[in-house]
Design a protein around this ligand. Structure first.
Ligand SMILES: C[S@@+](CC[C@H](N)C(=O)[O-])C[C@H]1O[C@@H](n2cnc3c(N)ncnc32)[C@H](O)[C@@H]1O
Length: 289
């Protein structure tokens, strides 16, 4: 009880001093992060840490930075990308005919997820831009992340999941820096968007949402259930009928609890139960059988 009160006091303090509400984070994640900061700051207790936090203005920034995880990888969650590449994308391309395929990456970090997906789309086009059209709206709450994503520069260590053929085709190399080629950026719009903000349901550059695919991966598990629900509700409204929500493979249970059905067992690919069927009543899960 005492610890809960101390954590609440820390949340109130950060809300007032930094204007950031850290109570949105999932309880055990918040507690673990605080414990890490307590030991790094060489404090003996939560109480002592709270006093330290109030007296050291930089500690507030460090605590908030440790809560904002922006780790990402190219082709993170291999199964999800394999199902997207081999089943979902070819199906969407066929279904949409020549109509633009619309994708939203709602927490894109430094862009690895967006560029991975753009590589799959370009490979499916096989050099024929007329085969189908697509546009990816890449957003993140953090402007520093969006700037990094726009630049698309990565150290060689970030390319572990990229095979040689893709590295050759989509990157230019200078010393240890690999930069995404401009042709892969042509169909991507980058902008700032806070999924917990009081803004509209989708990035304003996308005008009306209506996405065939929305990525919201490796973000939900940091938030408490109220905020998970708020994010998923916001995103669901922007998904077209028959569209897909892609989450991290470690976050699948959150979507299963929120009335989404998994398109392919163990993948992070979901469709909304009811309301998102194709016009002829089929779902991709039926197509797979
Ligand atoms: C762990 S990264 C995940 C990146 C990528 N989706 C992936 O799966 O590798 C989480 C990202 O979510 C962003 N983020 C955190 N809170 C957000 C919010 N309220 N709205 C939008 N993005 C947010 C962070 O800035 C960070 O870049």
């Amino acid at each position: 009880m005492k610890e809960i009160k101390q954590i609440n006091d820390i949340c109130d303090f950060l809300r007032q001093s930094q204007g950031i509400d850290v109570s949105t984070y999932e309880d055990s994640f918040l507690k673990k992060t605080l414990q890490n900061r307590i030991s790094t700051s060489m404090c003996d207790s939560m109480e002592e840490y709270f006093t330290f936090l109030k007296q050291n203005s930089t500690e507030g920034n460090l605590l908030i930075a440790s809560l904002q995880n922006n780790y990402s990888e190219f082709f993170r969650n291999a199964l999800t990308f394999a199902v997207l590449e081999r089943i979902v994308l070819p199906y969407i391309v066929k279904k949409k005919k020549k109509k633009e395929i619309r994708i939203w990456s709602a927490a894109c970090a430094q862009g690895q997820e967006v560029y991975s997906f753009a590589m799959l789309l370009e490979e499916l086009r096989g050099g024929d831009d007329e085969k189908f059209k697509y546009r990816i709206f890449a957003t993140d709450k953090c402007d520093a992340q969006i700037n990094k994503a726009k630049h698309g520069e990565y150290p060689s260590s970030a390319l572990n999941n990229i095979n040689f053929k893709r590295a050759e085709k989509w990157f230019t190399k200078r010393n240890d820096v690999f930069t995404i080629k401009s042709e892969l950026k042509e169909n991507i719009d980058f902008s700032i968007f806070d999924l917990l903000g009081k803004n509209s349901g989708s990035p304003s550059v996308s005008i009306f949402g209506d996405f065939d695919i929305v990525f919201c991966a490796n973000l939900l598990f940091y938030f408490n259930s109220k905020n998970q629900k708020q994010i998923v509700n916001k995103i669901s409204k922007s998904i077209s009928d028959g569209g897909y929500l892609i989450t991290g493979e470690a976050e699948r249970q959150i979507l299963l609890n929120l009335d989404f059905s998994e398109v392919f067992l163990q993948s992070g690919i979901f469709q909304k139960k009811g309301g998102t069927r194709e016009k002829d009543g089929t779902r991709i899960t039926q197509i797979l059988k």
